[in-house]
Design a protein around this ligand. Structure first.
Ligand code: PLP
Length: 398
């Protein structure tokens, strides 16, 4: 193996999550710059309208990230010190940081090992009189067991915030992700299913919550800058709360308004890549096997957004450890990701919250074995073949 050249040269490294971006976005950014209106304005308003229409809701608020969306959704709950929000240990740190910044106490419930989503039976065990909300993450774009979670929320009077960072396209029993709970939070970060560079969106069941989030996202001012300085005459703004600076720029929305109409086409491409990986890795020889993702659609009227294709590398079954696999793939010129080491692995949460990985054994094991392979809609068939070749080579199955 050492004298064989890598599958991809350094110059041709396959960047993990490199987004599909087309000429229309480039032209729109140039038009936006030329217009001199690069901050929050007409393109952001259009992106909000288009996204709301896509989700079949009245309105949506564009923000600079999903982290901001999660934060404001949690602020809108008016958490009091000691109020608890239950979420998953197998998520990006932003999910839990948002709870902390909104003044809540994050509480973890372990995941189902098959779906990698929060396990409703374990959520139930974590509900206390202090529990205020559930924050499920539709991991990799696979919807959580929302029937169970929503029933529990109704029974205990809990808010539900859906972290839909992986799940723009996700549907669950015919309903769109983000419309099932009280709030849906979306990400358009560079590696996500559609992108604005940095960017996020929030939708809410109650219009008054969304109106408040809109104000909170721009300093707590009662009207946005576009309306203030537009040609409808000068309007004074009034600060009604101590808000944040979370608004989306038109420069970002310039990408989003062209990405959104392609969301289904990009999904269809990732379905093809997923199928190619499934086919290639199902036949790996004994001792060189990978744990493959569960079949994507386990429920009727349900769509998996295929944000991540994550395999499990278990030394005993695969013949190589996870970290060695990551290094070897990188040496083969293929970018890989880890989604995620379980949150209790991180020192901050251990020190502040006393979390220990062993207390969430499913998330701990998954987090120590998981590797995400590239699945961007931008991948060509040749790229997919290179990933497959690299995996086989790294496992010693070539
Ligand atoms: C990416 C991601 C976020 C944060 O999204 P940003 O737009 O980068 O702030 C939150 N939760 C999950 C599960 C994510 O993958």
């Amino acid at each position: 193996m050492s004298d064989t050249p890598p599958v991809r040269s350094k110059e041709n490294f396959l960047v993990f999550g490199s987004p599909a971006l087309e000429q229309a976005e480039i032209d729109e950014v140039v038009a936006c710059l030329t217009s001199r209106w690069i901050g929050t304005g007409p393109r952001t308003a259009r992106f909000e309208r288009d996204f709301a229409a896509y989700k079949g809701v009245e309105s949506a608020v564009a923000l600079h990230s999903c982290t901001a969306a999660l934060h404001l959704a949690l602020v809108a709950l008016n958490l009091q010190p000691g109020d608890e929000v239950i979420t998953t240990p197998l998520t990006f740190c932003a999910t839990v940081n948002a709870i902390l910044h909104a003044g809540g106490t994050p509480v973890l419930a372990d995941v189902d090992p098959l779906t990698m989503n929060i396990d409703p039976a374990l959520v139930r065990e974590k509900i206390t009189p202090r529990t205020r909300a559930l924050l499920p993450v539709h991991f990799a774009g696979r919807p959580c067991d929302m029937d169970a979670l929503l029933a529990m929320a109704a029974e205990h009077g809990l808010a539900v915030i859906e972290d839909c960072a992986h799940a723009i396209e996700t549907t669950y029993h015919g309903k769109k992700a983000g419309t099932l709970g009280d709030f849906g939070c979306f990400s358009f970060y560079v590696t996500k299913n559609i992108i604005t560079g940095e960017g996020g969106m929030v939708i809410a069941r109650r219009p008054e919550d969304l109106a408040r989030i809109k104000v909170l996202g721009l300093h707590g001012m009662s009207a946005d800058a576009w309306k203030r300085f537009g040609d409808e005459g000068y309007k004074h703004y009034l600060v009604v709360e101590a808000g944040f600076k979370y608004n989306m720029m038109d420069l970002q929305a310039a990408l989003g308004i062209h990405q959104l109409p392609r969301v289904d086409a990009y999904h269809a491409r990732r379905v093809q890549v997923w199928a190619a990986y499934d086919k290639a890795f199902a036949g790996l020889p004994e001792g060189r096997r990978l744990g493959l993702p569960a079949p994507p659609e386990l429920d009727p009227d349900t769509l998996h957004a295929r944000h991540l294709y994550s395999v499990l590398v278990d030394e005993a079954a695969s013949g190589i450890g996870r970290d060695a696999f990551l290094t070897a793939m990188t040496r083969q010129g293929i970018g890989v990701g880890v989604h995620y080491m379980s949150l209790p692995e991180h020192p901050y949460y251990q020190e502040r919250l006393g979390w220990r990985p062993e207390d969430f054994p499913q998330a701990m094991r998954l987090g120590r074995q998981t590797v995400s392979l590239p699945i961007s809609a931008r991948l060509t068939d040749a790229d997919v073949n290179d990933v497959i070749t690299a995996v086989r080579r790294v496992l010693g199955a070539e």
